[in-house]
Design a protein around this ligand. Structure first.
Ligand code: PRP
Ligand code: HPA
Length: 176
């Protein structure tokens, strides 16, 4: 709803020239510091879990962890981390993806998801969509089903939604 959207937007600030000149960085730390806004965000994500019959939540390192973990507790479903390569201790599946310059890799524990699990991916910001797209591939390779992708903020001018369309295979992309 419009009120939620206004509340959330009022708690996200613009930081010019971070992390490099010419970039206007969207900073969500004021939202995290406001329990009313953080609580409303958590409720809105948790509501998606019911609507899309989700039974696992995947959070994307690092800010995705902060948003996804309380949603998992609220919705009563398990939390599974997708981390930057080299951080998870067990047997992992890895997925490389393109950055503006060079590549990066994310990983999931190979046994974290069960066949038939319906997984909701949560992150803070959808920018180019590279990170989210790689996470969808990991979830499918781990044998589970993508129930949807939910983000707080979508930077529409970077066209992440278009990049993600093939990878979503019809699953919903919800930007609050
Ligand atoms: C940011 C953001 C998303 C991703 C979006 O994370 O939190 O995960 O980039 O960009 P993309 O859509 O172009 O892939 P970052 O890699 O900066 O990691 P952090 O959360 O650990 O700071
Ligand atoms: N804010 C937070 N995370 C991001 C941004 C941003 O503006 N761009 C890419 N990841």
């Amino acid at each position: 709803p419009a009120e939620l959207r206004e509340l959330l937007l009022s708690r996200i600030t613009d930081i010019p020239d971070h992390p490099q000149p010419g970039v206007v960085f969207k900073d969500i730390t004021p939202l995290l510091a406001d329990p009313a806004a953080f609580g409303a965000l958590t409720e809105a994500f948790a509501e998606l879990c019911g609507r899309h019959r989700v039974d696992k939540i995947v959070g994307l390192e690092a800010r995705g962890f902060i948003l996804a973990a309380p949603v998992a507790v609220r919705a009563g479903v398990g939390f599974v981390p997708v981390r930057k390569a080299g951080k998870l201790p067990g047997t992992t599946l890895g997925q490389a993806y393109e950055l503006e310059y060079g590549t990066a890799e994310i990983e999931i524990h190979a046994d974290a998801l069960a066949p038939g699990d319906r997984v909701l991916v949560i992150d803070d910001v959808l920018a180019t969509g590279g990170t989210a797209d790689a996470s969808l591939q990991l979830i499918r390779r781990a044998g589970a089903e993508v129930a949807g992708l939910a983000v707080l903020l979508e930077l529409g001018f970077l066209a992440g939604r278009q990049r993600l369309e093939p990878g979503l295979k019809g699953a919903p992309l919800e930007a609050l």
